[in-house]
Design a protein around this ligand. Sequence first.
Ligand SMILES: Cc1ncc(COP(=O)(O)O)c(C=O)c1O
Length: 472
Amino acid sequence: MTSEGSHLDPEDWDDFGRNMHDLMDQCLARMKSARDLPWQPNPNDLGDRLSLLEQTIGVGAKQSFEHLTNDIMPYATGNTHPRFFGWVHGSGLPVSVGAELVATTMNSNCGGRDHGAIEVERATLDWLLDVSGLPETASAVLTTGTSQATILALTTARNRHFGHEVRKTGIQALPQIAIYVRKGTHSCIGKALESMGYGTDSIHVVETNADMQMDIASLKRAVEADKASGRVPLAVIGTAGSVNTGSFDTLHEIADFCAEHNIWFHVDAAFGFWIRLAETPWQHLVEGMERANSISCDFHKWMSVPYDCGACMIYDRALHFDTFTSRPNYLEQQEQGLGGGDLWFCDYGLELSRGFRALKVWTAIKSIGTDAFSAYITDNCRQASLMAELVGASDVLELAFPVSSNVCCFSVAHGDVNKIAAKLQVAGEAVFSTTVILGKPCLRAAIVNHRTTSDDIRYSISAVENAVRSMI
Ligand SMILES: Cc1ncc(COP(=O)(O)O)c(C=O)c1O
């Protein structure tokens, strides 16, 4: 071998190693201090500090690592903090730092071929499918998140109904479809339909009952009306954990309805899927999910695996495969060697090149085990109930909707909820997001955080009360 040719490896591996160890120490120190490091606003000059203008680049590992620790790491989203309850943001895991280091070192492409990373994803998905309760014929694939998983699920539903010829002919000549969602369904359903060329006009919003669950009688009426007007009822979307109230549809009833009318049943279980690991009495919320045709969920939410990682599960592996497989001769299956292997994930989704997301999930499950996940998921539900109790006892807060899982929303007696949320965020006291429930602006907590304690809930509600009083 000659030493000719350019390369990008360090000239001095010992020196590089020392820089890496320093960086690792700083990352671990940050994770260890997660409780003391809430979100903080970006400094005004951050853009300048991060500039990649010609004269600022090519500075070597030591200096660029200093930028990572000084100019980038401190300005994180803040969801590693125990009083972060905004939107639905998972809180991360220290063991994932190790997994990410190894995944990056291996730099595997998990689109296909025959190598160890594929086996890690297979084992991870076997575990997931086991938790899902779907039949043995089911398959799954890791995605960036639930939004991407929804596109895969609804595309598979379309192909089951219209046949795989639609992959060639497109949807132009096909009848209009209808997709049934209940009020408050996540916007990822609309986006999936937009990307598939159907548009949001194909959404039929079904009424909810008093518990904010899909009303089955209204669903029946909606399907009958669409059939009468020539629309094809393609899929019903059940929600397991709604964004606004954390409510769960009666999945068994939707499954019965879909089976009777031969309509695809998809469950958006972005965070609610993980109630399957919770203790009673919460587990009943997800009964019936195992009868779905497809399920989407996220590891980066309630499983605390760092961003990003979601999954799409489909009840029928052959249908899933036939919907997405595409193997031109440069991707032909080989009998032996790296081009072999019986499972190419590019056959189950849109991406050909795929990162090694599975490793951080596998490492989380392998090192932590399901009991510990079950314990904190259950704790988070109890904490949401505690928050509701504290709100109920407050003279300046009012519960907007009964808590059924891990989401608690409440309105305030004085002031603007957006200003109150921002005040608490800037002070580093707690991160709530805001929404509107039954016409009332609310502060909203979705608790998906293994670091949160009951004291964090008490502290946060007291901080909200002080902020509300300061608005008088
Ligand atoms: C119920 C629900 N569905 C879908 C999504 C979208 O998931 P992702 O952000 O992983 O695409 C979310 C995100 O919060 C959600 O809460």
